[in-house]
Design a protein around this ligand. Structure first.
Ligand code: ZN
Length: 680
């Protein structure tokens, strides 16, 4: 009867991407939201004491139906942004936020779940079901369930406004990135740039109907330009455009930042938290503000001497060898790349011929296969959203299908930058007993094939792919049947990068690289000498890099815990202060990187950016368990799968880690992997 493809029902294997039109979106979302409202009302009118079956199971079904409509729409907005979809997406966000706020403030629902928690059935429920109930109650409290009536309304208003602001922030970044392009007409200005980069720029220009070579602020264009372009004035222009995105005119994010911070502070205070930092930690693995700030400062302090040395070396090199008397911000990437080449005599570009797309994918799948016994096979009869997208299925040791994923590898117009994994469908035991298998989206923005040359990726891009696939395995190898805690659901932000960063380690192991790093023309394996230099270069400037991440993390955390958005100190002043404390390189005054810091203003990393480093401690330490035995040790891999990947958010992550490692995490492995030696 209903021909809206988004309302195909719960049991569809995959979203019907080719059939989805912008006009389907709002009616479909309205339908599922209204159904859910009616269903919830019915559930809460019951005279019976709530049980898992009578309350939580129907709630799961409602959540899944909404996810089935919203998931593909949100995904399409990220990978195929269009003028038609954009305002609809925005409207949907408002409707969803309103719905979620209704749920969060539904006193009868809160009371029903509390009754379930306190009732006799609770003790008999499975661990993951109990965990989901605990999370639900916690989230109720964090969403203002205990607030008096008049405060609740204000709280909802704040949440809606924050959602809107985050979305606008991100849109400004996207528009500002798109608004800039550098068209080079004189080939002399390409001096220093490798041939593949020139070709890609030429193709980009052609696609836009322009003469010459076109460079943009998207990473695959921007980064190599900053690494290789000898023309210093053009590097300065690119750098200036990049770091001042969304900092002036209509796209200025500064007022949005101030409003976001003020509203977050207000909301946290309403719930009785000292500040947003404490609010954020209520759902994290880290215990307290002091613990987080102390952790970051300790890492900064241990890293500082090494970073100072690295900068000194870079300055001397830039002066002596490159004739750059004063090392400017737009010289750092360039000088670093040249220093890296001099010290290790290779560049990311030298490595690219050894990492053609098909081999990298086969290698990634082989690594996962050797670790977990899984097999991954391509399927080409699945409808996708773009011709470049591919689809794969995962089979377990007994050849049973357990999961699937889409891979959308290349950068293109109307696609959000960066790389990410997202849930398409989550593992779930449906009320009828059937099992829904998890499906993931893996999205990257790598170079596409150019002419007859296959897509060749840098080692950094290979790392990115392994990273995102690690998130994918977390989502896809889950054995949890309860929707709210399966896969990455319910996993704290500061532990969610554990499986992804863990996978990166394999890109540094000869035994793993031997599986796939071969020259795309000659078939020669990665030469030993190149591998050795790559290894030696792994921790090139790792001190400076570590401090940069700590600078972001400390800025983020202090901004949300020790900063008054209405006070005399500006956001910029706080950032400057953090830089004075932590950074070895102080950027120019026009650097307003915070205005495009989507992680904390449009993503989920507010007062949580430290999570990257926190999770690196976990992932380094987890990998060291493999180093102690063998990197493909099946027993260790089975334990990692059982204790970490399979459990999702169904148990306390610190307990899970201790079960795997036999002890609490230690920072030693991270410092060792980063080449940072700590004095006695
Ligand atoms: Zn990640």
């Amino acid at each position: 009867m209903n021909e809206n493809p988004l309302l195909q029902g719960l049991n569809a294997e995959l979203p019907p991407f080719p059939q989805i039109r912008p006009e389907h979106v709002l009616p479909a979302l309205d339908t599922v939201l209204n159904e859910s409202r009616a269903e919830l009302k019915r559930l809460l009118q019951s005279e019976q004491a709530p049980t898992w079956q009578s309350l939580m199971q129907p709630m799961e079904t409602m959540e899944e139906r909404i996810g089935r409509v919203w998931g593909p729409v949100s995904h399409l907005n990220s990978v195929c942004d269009s003028d038609a979809l954009r305002p609809i997406h925005q409207q949907c966000l408002m409707k969803l936020t309103a719905y979620q706020a209704e749920l969060a403030q539904n006193e009868a629902l809160y009371a029903a779940i509390k009754a379930l928690r306190e009732g006799p059935e609770f003790a008999r429920l499975a661990d993951d079901q109990q965990q989901m109930i605990e999370y639900a109650l916690r989230d109720f409290r964090l969403s203002g369930a205990e607030l008096p009536k008049e405060k609740k309304a204000r709280f909802t208003e704040i949440q809606m406004r924050l959602s809107e602001l985050g979305s606008t922030f991100e849109q400004h970044v996207l528009d500002a990135t798109r608004a800039f392009e550098l068209v080079i007409g004189d080939e002399a200005d390409l001096a220093g740039l490798p041939e593949t980069i020139r070709q890609a720029a030429e193709q980009r220009a052609r696609e836009e109907g322009k003469e010459g070579w076109l460079f943009t602020l998207d990473a695959p264009s921007y980064i190599p330009f900053m690494q290789y372009a000898e023309n210093r004035a053009l590097r300065q222009r690119m750098y200036t455009a990049f770091v001042s995105r969304a900092s002036e005119g209509e796209l200025d994010n500064s007022p949005i930042i101030t409003e976001i911070l003020a509203l977050r502070q207000q909301a946290a205070a309403m719930l009785g938290f000292r500040h947003y930092g404490d609010y954020s930690l209520a759902t994290k693995m880290a215990g307290s503000t002091d613990e987080v700030i102390g952790f970051l400062r300790e890492l900064a302090q241990k890293t500082r001497p090494m970073a100072d040395q690295e900068l000194e070396e870079l300055r001397a090199f830039a002066t002596d060898k490159l004739g750059l008397e004063r090392l400017e911000a737009w010289d750092i990437t360039y000088a670093s790349e040249h220093l890296r080449q001099k010290k290790y005599a290779y560049s990311q570009q030298d490595l690219k011929p050894y990492f053609p797309e098909d081999q990298v994918l086969a290698g990634l799948f082989a690594v996962a296969g050797r670790l977990y016994g899984i097999r991954i096979r391509a399927r080409d009869d699945v409808p996708v959203w773009h011709e470049d997208v591919r689809f794969f299925e995962i089979f377990d040791t007994n050849d049973e299908k357990i999961a699937a994923f889409y891979l959308d590898p290349y950068a293109r117009a109307h696609k959000r930058g960066g790389a990410w994994m997202d849930e398409c469908i989550s593992r779930w035991r449906r009320p009828d007993g059937s099992l829904q298998l998890p499906v993931a989206y893996l999205v990257c923005n790598f170079d596409a094939p150019v002419g007859k040359t296959p897509a060749l990726w840098t080692h950094d891009e290979v790392l990115t792919l392994f990273h995102e696939f690690g998130h994918g395995l977390h989502h896809m190898l889950t054995r949890v049947d309860t929707l709210g805690v399966s896969g990455i659901r319910g996993v704290p932000w500061d532990a969610v990068e554990l499986p992804s960063q863990f996978m990166e380690n394999f890109c540094w192991e000869q035994e793993a690289l031997d599986l796939f790093a071969r020259h795309y023309e000659s078939g020669e394996p990665l030469p030993d000498a190149l591998f050795d230099r790559m290894q030696a270069g792994r921790n090139f400037q790792s001190g400076m890099h570590m401090l940069r991440q700590i600078e972001f993390a400390l800025f983020d955390f202090l901004l949300h815990s020790d900063f008054d958005p209405g006070g005399d100190t500006s956001v910029q002043a706080l950032l400057d202060e953090v830089r004075r404390e932590v950074a070895v390189v102080i950027p120019p005054a026009f650097n307003h990187f915070q205005n495009s810091f989507s992680h904390i203003f449009a993503g989920g990393y507010a007062a949580g950016y430290y999570s990257y480093k926190w999770a690196e401690v976990l992932s380094s330490d987890a990998f060291s368990a493999f180093e102690e035995r063998a990197i493909f040790d099946p027993e260790t891999a089975a334990e990692f799968r059982d204790h970490i990947l399979a459990v999702g958010g169904s148990r306390d992550i610190m307990d899970a880690f201790v079960d795997f490692r036999g002890r609490k995490p230690s920072v030693d492995a991270l410092l060792r992997h980063s080449g940072i030696t700590v004095g006695p």
